[in-house]
Design a protein around this ligand. Sequence first.
Ligand code: SF4
Ligand code: SF4
Length: 274
Amino acid sequence: MDAGVSESSARRALCHPDGKKSCGACCGMYNHRKSDESALMARLVERTRAFRRDASVEDEASLRAFRVRWEDPPEVKLLGELASCPFLGLLDGLDPTGRVGCLVHPLQNQGVDGRDCGVYDRFICEDYLCAAHAVLKRQEVELVIAAVPDSYLYGLVITNPRLIRTFFDLAATERGAYPTVRELARDEAIAAARGFFELVRDWPYRDTDGIFGAVVPGEGLETSRRPHPAGEQEVKPVDTLLLGLGTRKLSVEELEDARGRVYQAVLSFAAVLG
Ligand code: SF4
Ligand code: SF4
């Protein structure tokens, strides 16, 4: 959740891996009923512009007023009770392809900390680490960082360890061996992985709440497992990827097409690994 720009801890490498992209998922970046890339990034541009114009970390009253004005009400959020912080914005001017991050972080404001005015407080913001930090292997993280170009996609992928792990596992099954660090560093492998991760950006079979992947938001903070997109049809290993992509229930023809798309991406990745 911490959204500063120069955390030195290796654990923070997932949140702000390089100077081009970052993750804002735990600040609530995707917790909105309109979470397609253009709508979501346009909101961040608008909010960041307003913050620069109307608020200052030196002026607590301005932060509180900004929060009242810009915090999303429960009815526009996917998970109504899950916090969605209005102080998440854009860090590279108003460039929607650049880094997202905390506009009230002390590293953004000459040491002045405005996070206590956000939806948590400075200690929670500082200490929280999502499951990806504990679950993902180093080579998985490095491949995602190398393959994913921008913040919108990065936050969606890095917080979906099961999708990443299944992609690796299926490719390893295809070629008969888990990829080595050296194989994963090759340009061809990075390009093929990007081809798969790009499916996450605008997956045509994504359900209306599919931005949360295999988790379905319910009332308040309740979540449940996404119904299987195959319905009564036979289940296949590649379907785990469909669930991770937030796929809705599909017809026979749609299911064949969806499986074909993701499996082709897996095969392309496995092929360049050698
Ligand atoms: S969701 Fe995870 S990777 Fe993303 S900013 Fe939060 S702790 Fe970091
Ligand atoms: S104050 Fe808000 S935007 Fe900043 S780190 Fe905390 S939750 Fe994220």
